[in-house]
Design a protein around this ligand. Structure first.
Ligand code: DOR
Ligand code: ZN
Length: 440
């Protein structure tokens, strides 16, 4: 029996980042021809006039909730949300139930991702058994498993014990792995409900001080420097953290950092609504922090935008602030939020190639490089794997939680109108999204 012929696609007239409009012919998972007026006989034609063609987006920080909380999200529903958001690869965080702290669980998540086939799901392994912060998990077994884990994180919890953190950094050095830290000194955030500052004082809520994040980052860059290993800092949220990272990078420490879309846009003032949709960890900070984070992202002190997509079931979110779980969904809104932030803070328009260059760098090329996902983060060109996102820069859309593909609805952007529409996403040469709708 011969192999079934895979369909080919001709993307017509897409604007590549920093280049003139071109046609792209996709076949067998790769870009097999580029140029203008390509003859796509037998290919399905996708009209991309006026659209920007980005390398498929890559998220270093996604919570998929499977196994364990399939009511909030599954690998498949989260993958669909990711594809609709323009992503072709996501790193799935380890705080599932059971925790992804063995080869068995990371292989299960990896296999579920393959079966869904909507995005490449790269499991993150836990640093410590059960995220309990006491014993190192089987990092080597996860690294050599079919899931080929390279990033380890206890995200949701901080690896607070400096001796364990040091040993984890030493362990992953052998295979150039990364420890991704959720930087939160737990002794400084006991009972914390929101950012510690003027607003928390006014509202009478226990504060989460900036120094609880900054102290851990400072400690960890020193440990990473001492060991010579790679450290990644999750969801950086304060101006002080940026200063610590700036100094570490200037010294050549192997540290990378991410910021979430919500920390680039929203502030602690929103806690005044007592609407738990704004409860997140780390908490929303001040307008002054937001300004510094934006500048650090433009400058490269912060390397990537990562969603921290954190779906939660209704009963875990629509309750009193103190009882609500922290987290926001983000996969389907990340790019529009970033476009909004960049147009607001850099005075660049959506017709400016420099803006798209920054988007490609911070949301695709750099995260792919950090995660070692060699088939992702590459601009469409001859012979390159066809992981591509087509965006309409002229469209604006109003976020409607009822329309999200995620199983959860906890978006802080309901009713907001944001720029940019993800028109199509191609994964290994085949569409997962067309006309803004999931293909499956
Ligand atoms: O807000 C958050 N939600 N921050 C985290 O670190 C964990 C995440 C979750 O799993 O819900
Ligand atoms: Zn976290």
């Amino acid at each position: 029996m011969s192999e079934p012929v895979r369909p080919s696609y001709l993307i017509k007239g897409a604007r590549l980042v920093g280049a003139a409009p071109t046609d792209l012919l996709l076949r067998d998972g790769a870009v097999v021809a580029t140029g203008s007026g390509l003859d796509g006989r037998g290919a399905e034609v996708v009209d991309a006039a006026g659209l920007v063609a980005l390398p498929g987006l890559v998220d270093l920080h996604t919570h998929l909730r499977e196994p364990g909380r399939e009511d909030a999200e599954t690998v498949e529903s989260g993958s669909r949300a990711a594809a609709l958001g323009g992503y072709t690869a996501v790193c799935a965080m380890a705080n599932t139930s059971p925790v992804a702290d063995t080869a068995g669980v990371v292989e299960q998540v990896w296999r579920l991702g393959r079966e869904a086939g909507l995005v490449d799901v790269q499991p993150v392994g836990a640093v410590t058994v059960g995220l309990a912060g006491e014993r190192l998990a089987e990092l080597g077994a996860m690294a050599t498993s079919a899931a080929r884990v390279r990033i380890f994180s206890d995200d949701g919890h901080c690896v607070a014990d400096p001796r364990l953190m040091r040993r984890a950094l030493e362990y992953v050095k052998a295979f150039d792995g990364i420890i991704a830290q959720h930087a939160e000194e737990p002794r400084l955030t006991e009972g914390a409900q929101m950012h510690e500052g003027e607003v928390s004082t006014r509202l009478g809520l226990t504060g989460w001080p900036a120094v609880a994040e900054e102290a851990i980052i400072a400690r960890d860059v020193l440990l990473a420097e001492h060991v010579g290993s790679r450290l990644h800092v999750c969801h950086v949220s304060t101006a002080g953290s940026v200063e610590v990272l700036r100094q570490a990078k200037a010294r050549g420490v192997r540290v990378t950092a991410e910021v979430t879309p919500h920390h680039l846009l929203l502030t602690d003032e929103l806690a005044g609504s007592y609407d738990p949709v704004y409860k997140v960890n780390p908490p929303l900070r001040t307008a002054a922090d937001v300004a510094v984070l934006r500048a650090a992202l433009a400058e490269g002190i912060i390397d990537v935008v990562a969603t921290d997509h954190a779906p939660h079931a209704l009963e875990d979110k629509e309750c009193e602030w103190a009882y609500a779980r922290p987290g926001m969904v983000g996969l389907e809104t990340a790019l529009p939020v970033l476009l909004h932030v960049l147009t607001e803070s850099t005075a660049r328009g959506l017709d400016d190639p420099a803006l798209w260059e920054l988007v490609a760098e911070r949301m695709s090329r750099t995260p792919a490089r950090i995660a070692g996902l060699t088939e992702h983060g590459r601009d469409p060109a001859l012979g390159v794997p066809a992981n591509i996102t087509l965006v309409d820069p002229a469209a604006r859309r109003t976020v409607d939680p009822a329309e999200l593909a995620s199983r959860s609805r906890n978006t802080p952007y309901a009713g907001r109108t944001l720029p940019g529409r993800i028109v199509a996403t191609f994964l290994h040469g085949e569409p997962t999204v067309l006309d803004g709708k999931a293909v499956r």
